[in-house]
Design a protein around this ligand. Sequence first.
Ligand SMILES: *Cc1c(COP(=O)(O)O)cnc(C)c1O
Length: 433
Amino acid sequence: MSNDFFSAGLAESDPVVFEAITDEVHRQTGGLELIASENFVSEAVLRAMGSVFTNKYAEGYPGKRYYGGCEYADVVENLAIERARELFDAEHANVQPHSGSQANTSVYLSALEHGDKILGMDLSHGGHLTHGHPLNFSGINYEVAAYGVSRETEQIDYNELQKIAEKEKPKMIVCGASAYPRIIDFERIGEIARSVGAVIMADIAHIAGLVATDLHPSPVPHCEYVTTTTHKTLRGPRGGLILCKEEYAKDVDRTVFPGVQGGPLVHIIAAKAVAFGEALKVDFKSYQAQTVSNAKALADELAAAGLRLVSGGTDNHLVLVDVFLDGKGITGKKAENALDEVKITVNKNTIPFDTNKPFVASGIRLGTPALTTRGMKEDEMKKIGSLIAEVVHDPDSESVRAKVTREVEQLTDRFPMYPLRQRPEGNEATTTA
Ligand SMILES: *Cc1c(COP(=O)(O)O)cnc(C)c1O
């Protein structure tokens, strides 16, 4: 990546913003990124995102725009649509949602009336804010019922879900999660929904990359609507995507625009096209398979070091770790802070039936998509697992922190990313990306 690529005059025209971007490049490359919803996009995706398409208004859809001069916007949007459909074997794709939340909002608006009932996964069991939290659009506008995981297995209890669905008679079942380490049985949820006359929205924001490469069963054949973000395992620009059956296509398109959004972010749509193109190549599947193997290796090491894995393990890209251990360990909050000190970035997370408040939490959530993009494999994951356990077992020790910090530096040095370059003579910072 050339010096000019990011700077393109920014260093001179706005040194303060330039400095912040440079610092962020150093932060991202100098630490171990284990936030399960983050990833590192390719230079090609970055390039498309930073393109002149940001200047263009293109309200409407390809061939039916409200503005002139949309011929090239049509090219990238059509490409993104075709590639998304191919990637997920879907009848219809809308690539305009600005985010995962906007995608979900649009589906609700097209499938539900104000006050209808949705049945979503409990946030504290791994669900998402947009699946019915009282402070979110979903909880404000719709009646909400919730299902969760069983106390024994910490996995979704499908028999219980069937019972709740029969009792609650929701208009829509919402499935998919932000902190669930196991396979989701979309086929079974499809049967449950049909038995009570509900439609389904499957939100695969976290697992879209696995679904696209057949490493997780696809919801597409079983669900009327499938939504996702494009920036998590899918490794594209920050944004959203809706897939649906042809019979719902018109309604979905109308609720995205003009129902929920105005002009589409054409530069982001261009970057989605690039990312979907990358995801259709064979090496994307080996990347996703490595992400899953890495999560298993990390999980095994953490369990061997005495931490408890929620649900006993992982089938996907993330691991939910109980660090509180019924009061014998530390809180998720303390673990997050202690790990931050040694440049290991994770987030605290509630565990099912958590006895701590959400802002304190008993767990941490770890994901391998970003470090796998960086090229790390099972050996590095084992090392990282043991470093995390050392910090969690002894969070206040200065000597542990110093040692772990050194080992983190060695690891990040061995796996360079967005290569850093010398800055022109006379500039204060020494490097840029
Ligand atoms: C991340 C996530 C979203 C929201 O995505 P944003 O782009 O942050 O709005 C929605 N649903 C699930 C399950 C998620 O994990």
